[in-house]
Write a protein that binds this ligand. Structure first.
Ligand code: GLU
Length: 496
């Protein structure tokens, strides 16, 4: 198979889980790196567990991450893409039936009329005799006449497991060889004519000419059956790569109920898709360059090679994700970041669009160096848009409830009032001159001023934020702080 074709085949029974996103990402990066095709196929045969809203939510998750598919089912206004459709298993039933019939005609499968009661009795007998429960193969050699004599009795179709052994060559797990006699003649079609998962997945991969089956290692034990089916159906056997699951921070399977299991939780929390992609890639791939963790998508595409994929499960590490997210924010084009933070500020009830674009760009620039998530913009910039109506209590203790607080605030007012050029450089020079004249450290003025301007002890660079806040607002806020220190005057009322 010269053409690389990969796929993600989720069962849309919920949102896009972080574990599925990992598998999709590895397929996508592999396809993109090698000029291949990435296919989205929905394994939605279980009608009861499939809901259209789940399909939409899942695709939205892929879209947010930027994992685009070259072939796949209709989504939103987009029609189906690709020549190997339909791409939803629920639309492919006739194809599975046709392929099952082919196996029956070729003597590679057979109809089994055993009832549930008969099979149950067989299982119980095996249990009593302490044998592993196996199907007796009672229907394996029924003659055509015997089959015809069954009339319209309900049946399943079983695959006739051939003699010999089967090898799965897995690019991550190595070669797994199994004796075929370890396997029962497994069912490939249910009494209602629907395919069993193994049959559907192999027919799809075969007919869609998938060259690499990259999926979760929970499917490793299925792979032997799949190889047998590929061979029986006469499809080329694809390469396999079974990847470990994503574990939560405690090292357990990442439960659906945990925050962050849904990829879109990260979007809502203000994370960047590029950071999540970078992070998820590291959950199963070790870069060649020692200790390197930060990768843009283009750099990932360059460095992402199968031989560095790992087979042990990786724990989710929120701290590392946070760090990477911050790094990706620093890498962003400031104007793009500005467009992302504006809606967040609006959502919080502020009116950023009242400011000039230059102002907004500069505000974004001074926060870009500091924020860990897009949503952090609220903590780092809310004071630009509202009065200060409270001070961080810990900082009050440190800055305002100590000897000399009042004097320092008054000195600041006196030093800043005559400033004509209200630029960060000039403000800085005024602070430095004041500290120098008073024989104090610069911090002795910076910290109380920051608390007065922002109400907090952390935020963007002080001189830069003061410039953006404007002279009048800064002096007014210093005066408010002074009144607060002097006579415990209440801070301005919140203006709703
Ligand atoms: N629908 C299966 C799952 O979500 C994927 C099967 C496969 O990739 O072969 O686990």
């Amino acid at each position: 198979m010269d053409q690389i074709r990969c796929r993600i085949a989720p069962s849309p029974s919920g949102f896009l889980h972080i574990g599925t996103a990992k598998i999709a990402l590895f397929n996508w990066l592999f396809a993109r790196k090698n000029g291949g095709t990435f296919v989205l196929r929905l394994e939605d045969t279980d009608a009861e567990r499939t809901d259209e809203s789940f399909v939409q939510a899942m695709c939205e998750g892929f879209q947010w991450l930027g994992i685009d598919w070259d072939e796949g089912p209709p989504f939103g206004d987009e029609p189906q893409k690709g020549d190997y459709g339909p791409y939803r298993q629920s639309d492919r039933k006739a194809i599975y039936q046709q392929e099952t019939q082919r196996l029956l005609d070729e003597g590679k499968a057979y109809k089994c009329f055993c009832t549930r009661e008969e099979l149950e009795a067989e299982r119980e007998r095996a249990q009593q005799e302490k044998r592993p429960p196996r199907y007796s193969q009672k229907c394996r050699n029924l003659s055509p006449e015997e089959v015809a004599a069954m009339g319209d009795r309900s049946y399943v179709v079983r695959f006739k497991v051939p003699d010999g052994s089967t090898e799965v060559n897995d690019l991550v797990q190595g070669t797994v060889r199994c004796e075929n006699k370890e396997f029962d003649d497994f069912v490939i079609q249910k009494p209602n004519g629907d395919p069993i998962f193994h049959m559907a997945v192999v027919v799809d991969d075969g007919q869609m000419q998938i060259s690499h089956v990259i999926r979760g290692d929970d499917h490793l034990t299925n792979a032997t059956r799949h190889v047998m089916l590929f061979q029986a159906l006469g499809y080329p056997v694809p390469e396999f790569a079974h990847l470990p699951m994503v574990l939560d921070e405690k090292g357990k399977k990442y439960s659906k109920r945990l925050h962050g299991a849904n990829v879109l939780d990260w979007r809502n929390d203000g994370y960047l898709p590029e950071a999540l992609i970078n992070y998820v890639a590291l959950l199963g791939w070790t870069p060649e360059e020692p200790n390197r963790e930060l990768f843009t998508i283009d750099e990932l595409l360059e460095a992402f090679v199968i031989k560095r994929w790992g087979k042990s499960a990786a724990r989710f590490d929120r701290k590392k994700l946070d760090w990477l997210n911050g790094r990706h924010i620093r890498l962003m084009d400031t104007r793009v970041l500005m467009e992302r933070v504006i809606p967040v500020l609006e959502e919080a009830g502020f009116n950023p669009r009242e400011r000039s674009e230059d102002w907004l760009l500069r505000m974004t620039e001074i926060c870009q160096e500091k924020i860990g998530t897009i949503n952090n913009i609220i903590e780092y910039a809310d004071f630009f848009f509202k009065e200060i109506n409270s001070y961080e209590p810990k900082a009050v203790k440190k800055q305002y409830q100590k000897e000399g607080a009042e004097t320092k605030l008054q000195q600041l007012i006196d030093a800043l009032t005559p400033l004509e050029d209200w630029s960060a450089d000039m403000i800085k020079a005024a602070f430095e001159a004041l500290a120098e004249a008073q024989g104090e450290k610069l911090g002795a003025y910076i910290h109380p001023a920051r608390l007065a301007f922002t109400g907090k002890s952390v935020g963007p660079g002080l001189f830069e934020l003061a410039e953006l806040l404007g002279k009048d607002a800064c002096l007014e806020r210093l005066q408010n702080a002074l009144d607060y220190v002097n006579v415990g005057a209440p801070l301005p009322e919140v203006q709703e």
